[in-house]
Each structure stands twice: as structure tokens, then as C-alpha cells.
Design a protein around this ligand. Structure first.
Ligand code: PLP
Length: 376
């Protein structure tokens, strides 16, 4: 497909740009903890990659994930990235005649998986200061009925950076239960949040948490994540798995090493992330561009572009020409995508400084760009 090739070349060009500041995909570019690097090197030197991993993940990693989430009684399934946990769940539950209900903005790929399986996707708009950019239980209640197979909540929300309170999660779980829907709580960014309640802690049945090692631990290119749920659901979802030969052995060793040093590592990462956020908020505001969700509970910020009079895509392209990757709002949402750009903050401080110094110039360059190539 031509589109798939164009998309591939777009990312290939980025990957081969020297000194690119990756600030568009919420990845983590803080230099790895030595224990994580060492675990990978040990695994490579031992030739562990010659064999397949256990199909559900190393048992030690499965239990470390459950311990870390604080959900005794639940079980973890290791997947090739959080995205494949979500694909597996959609494959198991979405079918013609059902709905997947989520927010707008949301993370778009599970919507695609549900549609591929024949389900209808219903998105509830939340880009609204009146509700503090959050889904309300009332709005969720009026969007679900007995057709609803899946409620998909991204918390902290990517791209907005809001996070839900325990009572809100309880209310969402109760609504899911009332219509017999599965609640997926996508907790990819939970380690960047101040206070977070995984749904399994308040409603351990009929709910599932999806997780990633890409963001907090910085393993995006290694493709490792997982899901956590009651054993009955783990049985159901693993029956729908296409990753029957397991996830990367090296990635799993890195994940285990990361969990073992998590408090120390995240203290350092969050400190860097906070400094970058403060700097970027100041630069955006100085350029007359508001940051509507501050503090953000994710490792990213959205910056509104309306005051500039130029399209987010043009600003993204102008930044790309200077070796800085940021994201256009339309990646996340057709309805609100013309309002903002998104910038990742778990990066070396020099990258954040580069972005801040460049921002007014990107806007100026953007004014002169008539032909913005396709962005993804
Ligand atoms: C909300 C959300 N869920 C899941 C993922 C998937 O992460 P990965 O497949 O890298 O673990 C991402 C990645 O950007 C995300 O933003």
C-alpha cells in the first residue's frame, strides 16, 4: 500500500536523521540505567536470544509486573509492546454489532483494531475546559448500551495529560459492569502521574490493565509491554494471541532489571521530565501559545496553536527541518487536531532547550510553508 510505504519512509528518515531530538512519540531518552544495559548485554552474551521465550512471558517477569501494579490475585501476560496487548483484547472481544467506547482524543490504534473486527467505535469528546479535559461518568453512561463490548480509557490520557481520581475509575468500572462491557484501563503513562489508581485495585473482575515498558523504562524499540487481569480473562485473551512464540528475551531481561531499580530510576526520570516541562511551558507561553493541561500527568505536553494562525502540521514540519520531532494534534484526533501540537518531555534537557529556543522560529517558518508533506 502506497500509504504504508510513505509512512515507513517518514519514520525511516527520522531514524536516520543525525542528532534528531525525538520529542513526538512520548518515548524516553534519558540514558538507560546501567543495570538495564547490563542485563541486556548479559542476555546477548549468553546467547539467550537463540531460544524462544515462554509464550506468556518469563514467570519472574509476570509476577514482578503484578507486584509493581499492586494487584495481588491478578495475572500478567507479557506482549510485544502495549499495542499488542490492546490488539489481542480487541481481537477477543470486538465483533460486528458491538461497540468500543472511548474518548476523543484517545490513543487511536485500539479503535482501528476494533473496527477491523467489525465493531463500531464511539468517541466521547473531552477537549473541554468545562470538564477539566476529562471524561465524566455521565457522558460515559449516555454513550454505552448493551451493544458495548469494550470501554477503553487511557489514563493518563495521551495526548491531554489528564488523569482520573479513584472515584472516577470506580464510576467507570460500575458503568462497564452495568452493561456487561470489558473496561480496558490503558495505564501506559501511569508512572509519570501524581497519584494513580489502576482499575484492578477497585474492580478486579471484568477489567483489564494494559501496560508498556516503552515510556517509563525507555524500551520502545525493544517492543515490550503487557496486560494484567483476573486469570479467567488472561485465559480468554491468550487464546486470541497471535504472539504464540512469546516476546523478545532480551527485552524481558531489560524489563526485569528495570522493575528492580524502578524507584531510583523514576525519581531521576521524573526530575528531568519536570525541569523540561517547566521550561517548555514558559517558552510556549512566551510565544503566546497556551498549555491547557498543566501539570500534565504524562511525559508530554500539548501546546495550543490557534494564536499563531498556522496549522499544527506546518509547525511540526518546520521543527522537523531543524531536527526536532514533535507531533501534530491530528495524529490523535480529527475533531480537535487543528488546535495543538504535542511535545514529549522525558528527554535530555538539551533537547528541551533546543525546542524552546526554536519554537518562535518554527512558527515563523511555518507561515511560509504552503506544501506540508504527509505526517504520521
Ligand atoms: C496510550 C498508549 N497506549 C499504548 C501505547 C503502546 O505502547 P507500546 O506498544 O510501545 O508498549 C502507547 C504508545 O504510544 C500509548 O500512547
Amino acid at each position: 500500500m502506497a500509504d504504508a510505504r510513505t509512512r515507513n519512509r517518514y519514520f525511516d528518515d527520522l531514524a536516520s536523521t543525525p542528532d534528531l531530538a525525538w520529542m513526538g512519540q512520548n518515548t524516553n531518552h534519558v540514558p538507560a540505567h546501567p543495570a538495564v544495559t547490563e542485563a541486556m548485554i548479559r542476555s546477548i552474551e549468553a546467547g539467550e536470544f537463540n531460544a524462544y521465550a515462554p509464550p506468556m512471558g518469563f514467570e519472574a517477569l509476570r509476577s514482578a509486573i503484578v507486584d509493581d501494579l499492586g494487584t495481588p490475585g491478578a495475572e500478567a501476560l507479557v506482549t510485544e509492546g502495549g499495542v499488542n496487548a490492546l490488539a489481542m483484547i480487541c481481537k477477543a472481544r470486538a465483533r460486528p454489532g458491538t461497540t468500543l467506547v472511548t474518548t476523543d482524543p484517545t490513543w487511536k490504534w485500539p479503535c482501528m483494531f476494533a473496527e477491523q473486527a467489525g465493531a463500531e467505535v464511539i468517541q466521547i469528546p473531552i477537549y473541554d475546559p468545562a470538564t477539566a479535559y476529562k471524561l465524566t461518568p455521565e457522558a460515559l453512561k449516555s454513550a454505552v448500551d448493551e451493544r458495548c463490548a469494550i470501554i477503553y480509557i487511557v489514563d493518563p490520557n495521551n495526548p491531554l495529560g489528564i488523569r482520573y481520581e479513584r472515584r472516577e475509575i470506580e464510576a467507570f468500572a460500575e458503568i462497564a459492569r452495568s452493561v456487561g462491557a470489558l473496561l480496558i484501563h490503558d495505564c501506559t503513562y501511569r508512572d509519570f502521574a501524581d497519584g494513580h489508581t489502576p482499575v484492578l485495585q477497585v474492580a478486579p473482575e471484568g477489567t483489564v490493565v494494559s501496560l508498556s515498558f516503552s515510556k517509563w523504562l525507555g524500551l520502545a524499540g525493544l517492543r515490550i509491554g503487557g496486560l494484567v487481569a483476573e486469570p479467567k480473562l488472561i485465559d480468554e485473551f491468550s487464546a486470541a494471541s497471535t504472539s504464540v512464540l512469546g516476546a523478545s528475551v532480551i527485552a524481558q531481561r531489560a524489563a526485569m532489571a528495570g522493575l528492580a531499580v524502578k524507584p531510583e530510576w523514576m525519581t531521576q526520570v521524573r526530575k528531568i521530565d519536570r525541569v523540561n516541562k517547566d521550561m517548555i511551558v514558559k517558552a510556549a507561553e512566551a510565544a503566546g501559545m497556551p498549555v491547557p493541561v498543566n501539570p500534565s500527568h504524562g511525559n508530554f505536553l500539548i501546546i495550543e496553536t490557534a494564536s499563531t494562525g498556522v496549522a499544527p502540521e506546518a509547525i511540526v514540519e518546520a521543527a522537523r527541518r531543524e531536527g526536532v520531532m514533535i507531533r501534530q494534534g491530528r495524529y490523535h484526533t480529527a475533531r480537535f487536531g487543528d488546535r495543538f501540537i504535542k511535545v514529549s518531555t522525558s528527554v535530555p534537557t538539551e533537547w528541551a532547550e533546543r525546542f524552546c529556543e526554536g519554537l518562535p522560529r518554527y512558527v515563523e517558518t511555518a507561515r511560509g510553508l504552503n506544501d506540508v508533506p504527509a505526517l504520521f
